[in-house]
Design a protein around this ligand. Structure first.
Ligand code: FAD
Length: 366
């Protein structure tokens, strides 16, 4: 019997398992993936996500992989150029193959039992309370029980579906996008964001001297864009001469990965014997990044709440309600701003002003 079984071992699951294990709790962490492995995601991290890695003693490991140290974002917002500020706090964009491996290893080192290549097939539910998992590793089927099963299994969360987690504040998808990795791309020590004219483009310097380049566009263009992905990506880059010139010289080193139009949502992140963290509980369009940062922050908050419950210092309902409220308070403003931006990728002067000034204190409701 474990204190917690965590399903999903990337940005949300591994830190949740690591922090619980560091506090002496008995944790099983499972993922159907093995590590290192990639996942559908770019990987620009916000400064507070970077600081969280530092606090956990993991930032040096990420930097030791050669991941470039970045300061600020060079932004072109509907033709208005805003240079990157070299005094901005440190940001990084480590490949997920790098970051997720470091996170899962840290969970293992902290004492969590980690089973990679393990798929959860169903939840064990007795008298309406989740008691554990039925899963398989290769051909070996097994059951394990815990005081709580934590779904850190991404936006299509199996745990959320099986537990019947309700969604709220759902926003229909209005964008789609593609990204890929390029070598020989001249780039600075900062991220780049180009927004306006119905599309957004970004450049993140990442491991191995490569750049991650992407384009996000309105959902209505998805079919047409898909007909010639490479040509349409280059045409988008060419709308900004300084970007088009550099990408024309760069060499693509990966396949092109894509995201079709998709919903943003919040889910009720707990119920009897189960909880959700990361994209499983809250997902928004990746236009402004943030998902990794949100996952790391929520891992810290939920680990604190669960730890309090395990030691008897806190009751389940108030501890988990506080977790949900903290998550929603931390994300609400950017959730609304992202939805507003994604409507047409043509920000109004009011939204432009917010983006130029940095994160606003409040954002208009969607
Ligand atoms: C195209 C795209 C670009 C993005 N760009 C950025 C960005 O630049 N910056 C940023 O901060 N965020 C970005 N995000 C968001 C970011 O990817 C997510 O917020 C982040 O990955 C959430 O981590 P997670 O651990 O919650 O879920 P995931 O990373 O999705 O991990 C879930 C894990 O659960 C495992 N799993 C699922 N089901 C089962 C099962 N039944 N049994 C066992 N294991 C299971 C999966 O194998 C997976 O490893 C982007 C997202 C997308 C789609």
């Amino acid at each position: 019997m474990y204190d917690a079984i965590v399903v999903g071992a990337r940005c949300a699951g591994s830190p949740t398992a690591m922090l619980l294990a560091r506090d002496g709790h008995r944790v099983l962490l499972v993922d159907r993936a093995t590590f290192p492995s990639d996942t559908l995601s770019t990987h620009y991290m916000t400064p507070d996500g970077v600081e969280r890695l530092r606090e956990w003693g993991l930032l040096d490991r990420v930097l030791a992989t050669g991941c470039p140290q970045l300061h600020g974002t060079r932004r072109t917002l509907q033709g208005m150029n805003l240079p990157a500020d070299p005094n901005d706090p440190l940001t990084i964009a480590p490949r997920r193959t790098v970051l997720d491996k470091i996170l899962v290893d840290a969970a293992r080192e902290a004492g969590a039992e980690v089973r990679e290549g393990t798929s959860v097939d169903s939840l064990i539910v007795e008298d309406g309370v989740v008691q554990g998992i039925r899963a398989h590793t290769g051909g070996q089927v097994f059951e394990e029980r815990a005081r709580v099963v934590v779904g850190a299994d991404g936006r299509q969360s199996f745990v959320a579906r099986q537990a019947g987690a309700t969604a709220y504040n759902v926003v229909q998808g209005t964008t789609a996008g593609y990204y890929a990795y390029f070598a020989d791309m001249p780039q600075g020590s900062y991220a780049e964001l180009y927004l306006g004219g119905g599309q957004a483009m970004f450049v993140f310097p990442t491991n191995d001297g490569e750049a991650c380049l992407g384009v996000e566009f309105q959902a209505g263009r998805f079919k047409e864009f898909r007909a010639d992905i490479e040509g349409n990506m280059q045409a988008a880059f060419a709308t900004v001469p300084s970007l088009g010139e550099r990408t024309a010289k760069a060499r693509r080193t990966s396949r092109i990965m894509g995201l079709s139009p998709h919903q943003s949502f919040y889910r009720k992140p707990f119920g009897p014997g189960w909880a959700l963290v990361g994209d499983a509980g809250y997902y928004r369009d990746p236009l402004l990044g943030q998902g990794i940062n949100d996952a790391l922050r929520d891992a810290q908050v939920i680990a604190g709440a669960l730890g309090g419950v395990f030691t008897g210092a806190q009751q389940w309902d108030p501890a988990m309600e506080a977790y949900e409220q903290q998550r929603n308070a931390a994300t609400g403003m950017l959730y609304n701003l992202t939805a507003l931006l994604c409507k047409d990728l043509d920000p109004t002067p009011e939204v432009l002003q917010m983006l130029a000034a940095g994160p606003p204190a409040t954002a208009p409701a969607v």
